[in-house]
Design a protein around this ligand. Structure first.
Ligand code: ARG
Length: 566
């Protein structure tokens, strides 16, 4: 599509000396409906230069631009010059592009290897990886794929919550009531139980809190016993997280969590002091942010222990020094918006000009539909259970539709997990939403399985055709009607990726791929593909192949697979 914009801009440039080619390209729009053409050039900005009304300028330009090559018709409409592109040339460009670039179709090297750090997932040790965590995990992974596709060098950081006073509590609880075997058999639920019990008991015996603080101080000072226990809680928890990441096919480049910064906060606190930013308030040390209408940022507590904020300050500085990022993105729920505003402000006050490159990408909460059951005791729904159940249910559905299906395990994993991922990404990030099994696993409507099914349908047609698909076809046959509509969507893939990247909103890709599936299914319904007429058959097969490839690529950006059969 960009090629067409450039062709149009070149024609306009001959008549408009006051704008550069880039400026003209940037002004070109897509009209709201297709009767108005494929592209439109607004003349409002030229009114001053030309000393004429925009509609007069549009009429003049339209009269003087010849429709040839990529352009089939030029028409003025109000203050716009509308362009109709040569549809058969458009079809050729799009199909050639997809079939030659294959899994790289839609990708660019816009990012020129600049580093982008994405902090996502970041669960807390000894706490469940629950359904609420799925959003950061899935959105973060999609953003990674999206930036990566545009030539950025993405560093995926899991900022594990593996430090803080709660580990003192856990040590006390474990020493009182814990059993090594029980934790090893069922790490997170068991550790969670200990943590809950600590709080119940501490209500009666407040001195336990002091004990917990003492153990955390020991941990901070490198006490062997404290460290060994903490390390073990961490290892056991990580094993459980690893299973979830494995199901989701997600990897990280760094697991530098909060504990990683335990020896890197001293310098930050010194810097804050030197710059006169640290003030005492009721025994604690804070950075006052009243001027900026924010509560103070808490840096150290009475007993000198550090906080979540302190570690985030150290982490941001460490990441800048280590990766020299162009952008550092935090995919974290909107409940933490204030925390990030404070964090970015403190870094700015410290004089780090790159604090402007820090971005909090917030998302809304996930509620559970009434009656949604957790398979384990307690109120939390574990993400691992959700994913496993999705796989099981998918297996049943696949087998009920096709009892002889091969590779059922793999298909069920790709479709079941994909269904959960797609549902996560089909809502705009910031909206709260309710998790529902029936919606997640529906094969109809705007769901992951529906898109994957469309892909499998393309594969089935291509298999059945048993002939080579080439781009050497009669493009006039795809210049209008349902086929042209499909190509129009395919041709807008890169635009969708860029919009998703600019807004950090993977849901734009889900929308794109649903539009593509819908356009294709309409085409498929009304246009038989494997017909006797060789020219028609070849053209339609090329369209099927281009659709298939584009669906695969779009799903890949969402972190999903595109099975060939289902
Ligand atoms: N562990 C935190 C939580 O579960 C999220 C951490 C996000 N990243 C960060 N750099 N603060 O709420």
């Amino acid at each position: 599509m960009q090629d067409f914009k450039i062709a149009i801009a070149n024609c306009l440039k001959e008549k408009i000396e006051d704008l550069t080619l880039e400026e003209i390209v940037a002004l070109i729009e897509v009209p709201p409906n297709k009767e108005m053409g494929d592209f439109a050039f607004p003349c409002f900005k030229l009114a001053k230069v030309f000393r004429k009304a925009p509609n007069m300028i549009a009429a003049d330009l339209a009269e003087n631009i010849e429709a040839k090559g990529a352009i089939s018709k030029v028409m003025p409409l109000g203050g716009y010059v509308n362009f109709f592109v040569n549809k058969s040339q458009l079809a050729e460009t799009v199909i050639n592009d997809v079939l030659t670039k294959k899994e790289k179709y839609g990708h660019t090297d816009l990012g020129q290897d600049k580093a982008v750090v994405i902090d996502f997932s970041s669960p807390n040790i000894a706490k469940p990886f629950h359904i609420g965590h799925i959003r950061t995990t899935v959105i973060g992974n999609a953003l990674y794929k999206i930036y990566d596709s545009q030539g950025y060098n993405v560093v995926r950081v899991n900022h594990l919550g593996d430090y803080g006073t709660q580990f003192g509590k856990l040590i006390v609880a474990f020493k009182l009531w814990g059993s090594k075997e029980a934790v090893e058999a069922n790490p997170i639920p068991e550790l969670l139980k200990l943590y809950v019990k600590f709080h119940e008991e501490a209500e009666q015996k407040p001195e336990m809190e002091d004990e917990a603080r003492a153990w955390f101080t020991k941990l901070e000072n490198g006490d062997e016993e404290a460290k060994a226990l903490w390390q073990w809680f961490r290892d056991e928890s990580l094993k459980e997280f690893a299973r979830v990441y494995d199901l989701l096919d997600i990897e990280f480049d760094s697991y530098a969590g909060e504990s990683f910064y335990s020896d890197k906060m001293g310098v930050v606190i010194d810097q804050l002091k030197e710059k006169g930013l640290l003030v005492q308030s009721q025994g604690t040390n804070v950075v006052d942010l009243e001027q900026y209408n924010m509560p103070p940022a808490l840096i150290t507590k009475n007993d000198g222990s550090t906080l979540y904020m302190t570690r985030d300050l150290a982490a941001a500085i460490y990441r800048k020094n280590t990766y020299d990022f162009d952008k550092c993105i935090y995919v974290v729920g909107s409940q933490q918006s204030l925390h990030f505003q404070q964090l970015f402000k403190v870094l700015e006050l410290m004089g780090y000009e790159w604090s402007k490159d820090l971005v909090h990408v917030p998302f809304g909460m996930v509620a559970l539909e009434e009656g949604t059951m957790s398979t384990r005791k307690g109120r939390v729904v574990f993400l691992e259970d959700v994913l496993k159940q999705a796989v099981e249910k998918t297996k049943e559905i696949v087998l009920s539709k096709n009892p002889n299906a091969k590779n059922v395990e793999q298909i069920a994993k790709q479709v079941g997990v994909g269904a959960v991922v797609f549902q996560e990404l089909s809502n705009s990030r910031i909206k709260d939403y309710t998790f529902s099994w029936s919606r997640t696993l529906s094969f109809e409507g705007e769901t992951g399985p529906y898109v994957q099914y469309t892909h499998a349908r393309c594969c089935a047609v291509l298999r059945k055709a048993e002939e080579e698909v080439t781009a050497d076809i009669n493009y006039d046959l795809l210049s209008e009607g349902d086929g042209a509509e499909v190509l129009k969507v395919i041709g807008s893939f890169n635009k969708a990726i860029l919009a998703a990247m600019r807004k950090n909103e993977p849901h734009i890709i889900t929308r794109f791929v649903l539009d593509l599936a819908q356009a294709f299914n309409k085409f498929y319904h009304d246009n038989p593909i494997l017909v006797d007429d060789v020219e028609v058959r070849k053209a339609r097969l090329a369209l099927v192949a281009a659709t298939r490839q584009t669906i695969e690529n779009a799903l890949a950006l969402l972190g999903m697979h595109a099975p060939e059969r289902m």
